[in-house]
Design a protein around this ligand. Structure first.
Ligand code: URA
Length: 247
């Protein structure tokens, strides 16, 4: 049975690791580790083999605590404004993106991160497997940013950004970089990368002598921010999820 969000009904049988990831506590890969480590019990018995299938009618426990599938896998797109952290809570008491997600019953988590002052497209979901797929370097999911930078980068600087700059003694992977606009004291760049190193776009631009003044993510995988207003969110349709997953 498929519900309107494109998710499968939880009474359907599925492999244990997939079921665990649908509970929102781990990616499928991490769930496999948990199974191997003997942390998972099904109907009272420790299971360390991968092949088992379960449904919401089985009692599945992790470290002795029952885990319950989220009713629906939900996928949300938020236009994150500046001044919010992308963690669920903040030890410094700053506002978090969770403060902007109202009316969502399921426990969702941010997929990857954006800096405190970065704006734009952030996905939140309770589907740990999807989150893993979107952020693991192996999948090379592309992310597109609009960066306002100080000064006007030369062709040489743009080429350097494209072919790779040295960050932490390692060259960045090839990037797509376009100069969209020249302003009086700066320029607007569109930059597409598929890595996710810490503060990557800012550090890349800094490395070629053009510090970033503002940064906004406009696309993540096949998903575009469109005209969603800052601070607003919407569900990602089943069709969009399918497209992103490539299935
Ligand atoms: N690159 C950055 O420098 N910051 C972000 O928030 C995202 C990408």
């Amino acid at each position: 049975m498929v519900d309107e969000m494109g998710g499968r009904h939880m009474f359907e049988k599925m492999r244990l690791q997939k079921y665990i990831s649908r509970c929102g506590i781990a990616s499928r890969r991490h769930a496999e580790e948990m199974i191997r480590e003997g942390r998972i019990r099904v109907n009272g018995k420790v299971v360390t083999e991968m092949g088992m299938t379960v449904s919401a009618l089985d009692l599945v426990e992790c470290d002795g605590k029952p885990i319950v599938p989220e009713e629906n896998p939900v996928y949300i797109m938020l236009n994150k404004p500046g001044g919010y952290v992308t963690t669920v809570s903040d030890p410094e008491g700053r506002k978090t993106v969770m403060d902007l997600i109202d009316g969502v019953r399921e426990r969702v988590y941010p997929v990857g991160r954006l800096d405190y002052d970065t704006e734009g497209l952030l996905i939140l979901t309770n589907d740990g497997d999807f989150a893993h797929r979107m952020t693991h370097p192996r999948h090379q999911v592309t992310k597109t940013y609009i960066a306002e930078v100080e000064g006007i980068p030369s062709q040489e600087a743009l080429q350097k950004l494209r072919t790779g700059v040295m960050l932490d003694e390692r060259l960045t992977s090839p990037a797509k970089v376009e100069l969209l606009e020249e302003k009086k004291n700066g320029a607007v760049l569109r930059i597409t990368i598929h890595e996710g190193r810490n503060r990557q776009v800012k550090r890349m631009c800094e490395a070629v002598g053009h510090p970033v003044q503002s940064l906004k993510r406009i696309a993540f995988g096949g998903l575009r921010l469109g005209d969603l207003k800052p601070g607003k969110w919407r569900y990602i349709s089943a069709q969009e999820v399918k497209r992103i997953k490539g299935d």
